[in-house]
Write a protein that binds this ligand. Structure first.
Ligand SMILES: [Zn+2]
Length: 388
């Protein structure tokens, strides 16, 4: 297969080029690729061609939550992502009793070993339960735990499935917990926290390297004994060891704030994540949906392009895809190649799958989006197979 004449978005530049796909992989990118006899040619003239998007923080979509732990739920949620050009996701849990998180991780493990769909689950993100009460966000308070008072060995036992664990880094024992998780190859991400500098430094010095939805449910500058202390959201902008997620749906992170974060962190350190809920893709304003699953689920309501808790007190997560967020960033004035990288290669690097996916490069898996002028999805190749 050849994708011809597209404006091909590479990690740092955009070129007019042809892309050859063979046996599921990209085998050639050059100004002109000569078709072999019977080789399928897809005309991408005037179109933008990008890598498939990589979403490292999503709870679900199309009515399903990954915490539903069923084949049907995974397939629904993944089809929401696929319909928006996302080809690799990290399935994310929400705070729940440990037994439920273990069931979720076990389901992910089994699913990953047999999955044959187009959009792939590449691992799990455990968001909570080691979070602060103050910034628990849409997570449930009674399920929150403190690392120093809890046995978190179940996370270490699932190190082959877990890509990321979000913890509140100022909690007692978070530094030691970070050390143990990082030793097992798990990315530790700070968020839903209530710290001020230097409370969170032991975790950062022990390898915490990522930040969960920067600026959302995150500590900020505050007075302590009459002195201003920076919170995690200010410290995040300073420390180059830290990568950061943004929910660029123009609600959680408005365009000006997105520009400020990207200017401060640099476009290589920012990842666009959907943090999408089960109601993503449903588009029914005023309708109530569940965040999470079973008895622990919380009501969230859709209105004005975002999901809020049922009492409207705060945002609960987004209903927007990574592709739409990349478009939002472009509309905010971010260069296209940078915006695309934040939705593809940067997140792939965070969860260490960038050798296989995340950019249009020879040797990588052929997960390729063809986008219109308005960055709508008009064509999709997944694992080298034409899907749209
Ligand atoms: Zn989340």
């Amino acid at each position: 297969m050849i994708i011809k004449n597209g404006n091909v978005v590479l990690p740092t530049k955009i070129i007019k080029a042809d892309i050859r796909v063979e046996n599921g992989k990209i085998t050639e990118i050059s100004a002109y690729v000569s078709p072999k006899t019977d080789e399928e040619v897809i005309d991408a003239s005037g179109k933008t061609v990008t890598s498939g998007f990589v979403d490292i923080h999503t709870h679900g979509g199309f009515g399903a939550d990954f915490m539903d732990k069923s084949e049907e739920a995974f397939s629904k949620a993944l089809s929401f992502h696929l319909s928006n050009g996302t080809t690799n996701v990290v399935a994310t849990s929400c705070t729940a009793p440990k037994s439920e998180i273990v069931e979720f991780l076990q389901f992910c493990k089994n699913y990953m070993s047999r999955q044959s769909g187009d959009c792939k689950v590449v691992g799990a993100h455990v968001e909570g339960p080691y979070l602060s009460k103050r910034n628990k966000g849409a997570q449930k308070e009674e399920d929150l735990l403190v690392p120093s008072k809890d046995d978190y060995s179940f996370l270490l036992d699932f190190a082959d499935v877990i890509k990321t664990v979000t913890i509140s880094p100022e909690l007692e024992g978070a530094g030691e917990m970070t050390r143990q998780l990082v030793e097992k190859g798990i990315v530790v991400s700070g968020g839903h926290d209530d710290g001020v500098y230097p409370d969170f430094m032991p975790a950062i010095e022990n390898g915490l390297s990522h930040l969960t939805h920067l600026y959302c449910a995150m500590s900020e500058l505050r007075f302590v004994d009459g002195v201003r202390n920076v919170g995690l959201r200010e410290y995040a902008l300073l420390d180059d060891r830290l990568t950061a997620e943004i929910i660029a749906d123009n609600k959680h992170i408005p365009p000006l704030l997105a520009r400020m974060i990207i200017k401060a962190k640099g476009s290589d350190k920012v990842c666009v994540v959907s943090d999408s809920l089960r109601c993503a893709g449903m588009k029914k304003d005023g309708k109530v949906y569940k965040l999470g699953s079973g008895e622990n689920a919380q009501d969230v309501i859709i209105g004005d392009g975002v999901a809020t808790l049922a009492d409207s007190s705060r945002f609960a997560g987004s209903i927007t895809s990574v592709r739409q967020m990349v478009k939002n960033l472009v509309d905010a004035g971010i260069p296209l190649a940078d915006a695309v990288r934040m939705g593809t290669l940067n997140p792939a690097k965070v969860v260490k799958i960038d050798k296989a996916v995340g950019s249009l490069e020879v040797g990588k898996l052929a997960d390729i989006c063809i986008l219109s002028d308005g960055l709508e999805l008009v064509g999709l190749i997944c694992n080298g197979k034409k899907v749209i």
